[in-house]
Design a protein around this ligand. Structure first.
Ligand SMILES: *Cc1c(COP(=O)(O)O)cnc(C)c1O
Length: 409
């Protein structure tokens, strides 16, 4: 079996210091430098270690249920009247989203390094559930930091984490959402980076995390490329994925970056509007800056502090973005665009009612953009959406806030 990222085109790898163009790197307190170096070295070893590769492949197949299928949305495509829409069904993974892909990798690495406890932040609770799952599986303790606003909004996932044996730490400062959860987890990590392993939940943070998380997610695109070719005889003409930190998107995109004929779209949340503080459209409206130990596009105020962000998709609620996405924007390989709250909800109901698939609100942003795009394209064109997660976690929120509008009492 191939080492973990050897199938990726060399041009898509960062420099040895973790830079994608000018973005990425590692800007961390001195007391973390040795630890990050050690994680990087250990990762470089295990990604080539046949025992690790085999163990991860075994778990991907027998625990997560990979490969996730590709599904042709014939009803939705017919209704849009243009391009054929397909889904990569990451929602069918064990735990209901793509995040289990990198959590298994990170948990196995932490175990190999002799760590006792996994810690992480979570927004929608999906990363927390996936990490608590991986921690239970490999036998590590687990602390999950979560904003109290998100704890109230994503209650079912909070209960899941507790059932799985994790300790959920409520974060009560600032906006009490994802950014503050990252700050709190980072502080906890600083206090003890030796026995704890900070399993970052997306392709963000200092090197090697943007690369490592991407490598573990790249299986999405590698599978999809083969599956799509087997199904249709060709590569998809268009890829669409939602972008929070950017892990599910880069997971799909990585296998297609060298295929210049494949158009690639990353969809950010426009929230209630594109006015300051009402969205989390980092690549669309941000500027280069520094956040959580790496350089990337950031939504920031005039003093360079992270700007407030807002979207109905807790998992997309982050004022930064993975450095590789910033690079892909600069070289114009990927088009970054936005979908707002109302459009995401429209897509949430449309795909539920046309195809019998309830998407996560995050993924509904990708569906919403694909619906727009499909209408503009001919019937012989194809769009592959990364359906990053399932919507069970969101149903109470959607019904309470949008039920009436969609005829549900
Ligand atoms: C967390 C999450 C996202 C956003 O994270 P990325 O790192 O941008 O992929 C998207 N969809 C779902 C279902 C999520 O749980």
């Amino acid at each position: 079996m191939e080492p973990i990222n050897d199938l990726l085109a060399p041009e898509t790898l960062p420099t040895k210091d973790g830079f994608f163009g000018e973005f990425g790197g590692s800007f961390i307190p001195p007391q973390l430098e040795a630890i990050m170096k050690e994680i990087n070295e250990e990762y470089e070893k295990i990604r080539k270690d046949p025992a690790f590769i085999e163990e991860l492949a075994y778990l991907n197949k027998h625990f997560t249920g990979r490969p996730s299928p590709i599904y042709h949305c014939k009803n939705l495509s017919r209704k849009m009247g243009g391009a054929q829409i397909y889904l990569k069904r990451e929602d069918l993974n064990h735990t209901g989203a793509h995040k289990i892909n990198h959590c298994l990798g990170e948990a196995l690495l932490a175990k190999k390094m002799g760590k006792k406890k996994l810690i992480a932040e979570t927004g929608a609770g999906q990363h927390g559930v996936a990490l608590a799952t991986a921690a239970a599986l490999v036998g590590l303790e687990c602390d999950i930091y979560m904003g109290s606003v998100d704890i109230a909004k994503e209650y079912p996932n909070v209960v899941r984490m507790k059932i799985l044996g994790a300790n959920v730490v409520s974060v009560d400062f600032g906006l009490k959402t994802l950014k503050e959860a990252v700050d709190a987890a980072f502080d906890a990590y600083l206090a003890d980076p030796v026995t704890q392993f900070y399993a970052i939940g997306s392709v963000v943070g200092p090197h090697p995390f943007p690369m490592m998380v991407r490598d573990f997610q790249a299986i999405i695109g590698q599978e999809a490329r083969e599956q799509f070719k087997a199904m249709t005889g060709e590569l998809p003409n268009n890829l669409v994925a939602c972008v929070g930190g950017g892990s599910n998107a880069i997971g799909l995109f990585s296998a297609f970056l060298q295929d210049e004929k494949v158009n690639i779209y990353g969809v950010e949340p426009a929230g209630s509007s594109l006015d300051y503080g009402n969205h989390a459209a980092t690549l669309t409206l941000g500027t280069p800056g520094m956040l959580h130990g790496f350089k990337s596009y950031v939504l920031q105020d005039e003093e360079g502090n992270p700007a407030p962000v807002n979207t109905i998709a807790s998992g997309l609620d982050y004022p930064g973005v993975g450095p590789q996405h910033s690079y892909l924007k600069e070289i114009e390989r990927v088009n970054y665009t936005t979908i707002n709250n109302d459009e995401a909800i429209e897509a949430f109901f449309e795909i539920s009612r046309q195809e019998g698939i309830i998407p996560a609100i995050e993924s509904a942003h990708a569906v919403g953009y694909a619906m727009k795009l499909a209408k503009e394209l001919d019937k012989d064109q194809t769009i592959l959406i990364n359906l990053s997660g399932r919507g069970d976690k969101d149903i109470d929120y959607v019904i309470n806030n949008y039920g009436k509008k969609y005829g549900i009492e």
